[in-house]
Design a protein around this ligand. Structure first.
Ligand code: ZN
Length: 84
């Protein structure tokens, strides 16, 4: 296991990954944040989305901001790269 080739093969089921946009729910301590239009590699077999490091950084930043809203459910759209 190299763990370095996750860009092409799903680590969960071994299926192929294709680029696309995913809607991903994040469960925080007291709330749920749904982020739409997240650029991700999506498994064609199990539909699990995998994020690149840059997208993970942007989402981490988004979740930090949302925590301060203290809303139980928040739905966001992933920022365009120009605005990120
Ligand atoms: Zn899979």
């Amino acid at each position: 296991m190299t763990g370095r080739d996750a860009g092409n093969i799903c680590p969960l089921c071994g299926g192929a990954l294709e680029s696309g946009n995913a809607t991903i729910p994040f469960i925080l301590k007291e709330s749920i944040v749904v982020v739409k239009q997240v650029p991700a590699h999506i498994c064609v077999e199990c539909r699990e989305p995998f994020l690149a490091g840059r997208e993970t950084d942007v989402i981490t930043e988004l979740l930090t901001q949302v925590k301060e809203l203290s809303s139980e459910v928040t739905v966001l759209t992933f920022p365009e790269p120009a605005f990120a």
